[in-house]
Design a protein around this ligand. Structure first.
Ligand code: ATP
Ligand code: MG
Length: 367
């Protein structure tokens, strides 16, 4: 996946911008509030996803203007393709000049991985973000997983509603076994898939983290099914049996709280360095390096499966990383097109190849 050309119009503080990035590392540097993250955000939108800053469509349109446009020419699947998004109160998308119902049509065609400071929540915050990270990645690789997650959420909601209803209609107790069974079967399959993906992700993330830390620190990932003791080689059926038994054992507690206490909706992905939780004990640099390793590992997993390496967008990753870590990052991400933003171009004196651009007041200039 390589962007040959990118054109923006009226996007955030960018009036017009036209750039031909190189196919390796593209550095975008400049002072604060000049439009560096805005540029990455525009590229990210071409993947069909929502803003990584949680922005609404209307916020993308430049103040005082009525429309914003993002256009790209990119290489994918061995041929040149084009995509265009127009935001003018509504959102219209074109892929190779054919109008699409929604930007989700770009998913799986224009693929990208983004790291921004907001993603540090992946290690710092609670397990929900980590489950979402796993689920989003697995969805890109195995599209039927999207339906599985949706169905699981529906079953969970039904079971929780039933738990509450039983308090004033005890007869309903007869039906809970049906929901336990459904939840366990689907839950077992989801846990198995997440464990398998975690193993795959860990292999890549360990190699990347080893490089970032000059082999001084050992990085590991563990999928932790909440309240179950699942072993690595267990099948989805075996996990389902265990989950169902635990649901039955915990029923009294579930009835009391009106919520389902075990299942993949409670699980976590534990991230450790030298066998200690990064969340509890990691330094800022280690936490940042861990998220980076996860994100870059994700891009490798997706690249391997889709046979196309996603574009990598790194927003402000350099601060808090020491010189060794920065150098590794810059010179070992071969084969992917990368966009990195930062305030200080001094970080890049040892960049081999690549292109450096300066962003000032929404205008981009090649150095
Ligand atoms: P930093 O180094 O601080 O991260 P940055 O170069 O990444 O800075 P951006 O986040 O890209 O900065 O934002 C640049 C500017 O864009 C901000 O000053 C913001 O007010 C402005 N901006 C955001 N949305 C719009 C919009 N819709 N119209 C015009 N300007 C906007
Ligand atoms: Mg920024």
């Amino acid at each position: 996946m390589k962007i040959d050309r990118l054109d923006l119009e009226g996007f955030r503080n960018i009036k017009t911008l036209s750039v031909a990035p190189c196919e390796t590392v593209n550095i975008i540097y400049g002072d604060n509030a000049q439009g560096k993250t805005n540029l990455l955000e525009a590229i990210w939108l071409l993947s069909g996803a929502k803003s990584f800053r949680g922005a609404k469509d209307a916020e993308f349109v430049r103040f005082g203007e009525s429309r914003a446009c993002i256009e790209a020419v990119f290489q994918c699947g061995g041929r040149e393709q084009t995509s265009k998004i127009l935001l003018d109160g509504k959102k219209t998308a074109w892929l190779n000049d054919i109008k699409k119902d929604s930007v989700t049509a770009f998913a799986g065609i224009f693929t990208a991985v983004v790291f921004s400071p907001s993603h540090l929540g992946l290690v710092k915050d609670g397990p929900a973000g980590r489950r979402k990270f796993l689920d989003t990645s697995i969805c890109q690789i195995t599209p039927r997983y999207i339906g599985m997650i949706g169905q699981y959420q529906r079953i969970l909601l039904q079971r929780n509603t039933l738990l509450k209803d039983i308090s004033y209609a005890p007869d309903l107790m007869d039906t809970i076994g049906v929901w336990d069974e459904k939840l366990a079967v689907l839950g077992g399959a989801i846990i198995r898939m997440r464990m398998e993906y975690t193993r795959r992700l860990m292999k890549e993330a360990q190699a990347i983290y080893n490089g970032i830390s000059m082999e001084r620190e050992a990085f590991s990932l563990f999928y932790r099914p909440f309240g179950l003791s699942v072993k690595e080689g267990q099948t989805q059926e075996e996990i389902a049996v265990q989950l169902r038994e635990t649901l039955i054992q915990n029923r009294a507690e579930d009835l009391r709280t009106g919520a389902t206490g075990v299942g993949p909706h409670r699980d976590d992905l534990e991230i450790t360095i030298d066998s200690r939780s990064v969340r509890a004990f990691g330094s800022q640099g280690q936490q940042r390096s861990s998220v980076l390793a996860l994100k870059l590992a994700e891009s490798r997993c997706i690249g391997e499966i889709l046979q196309e390496k996603p574009v990598i967008l790194l927003d402000d990753v350099m601060s808090e990383l020491d010189q060794n870590r920065r150098e590794y990052l810059l010179n070992h991400l071969t084969g992917s097109q990368i966009f990195i933003t930062c305030c200080d171009k001094g970080y890049f004196t040892r960049l081999e190849g690549g292109r450096v651009f300066r962003m000032e007041n929404g205008m981009l200039e090649l150095e």
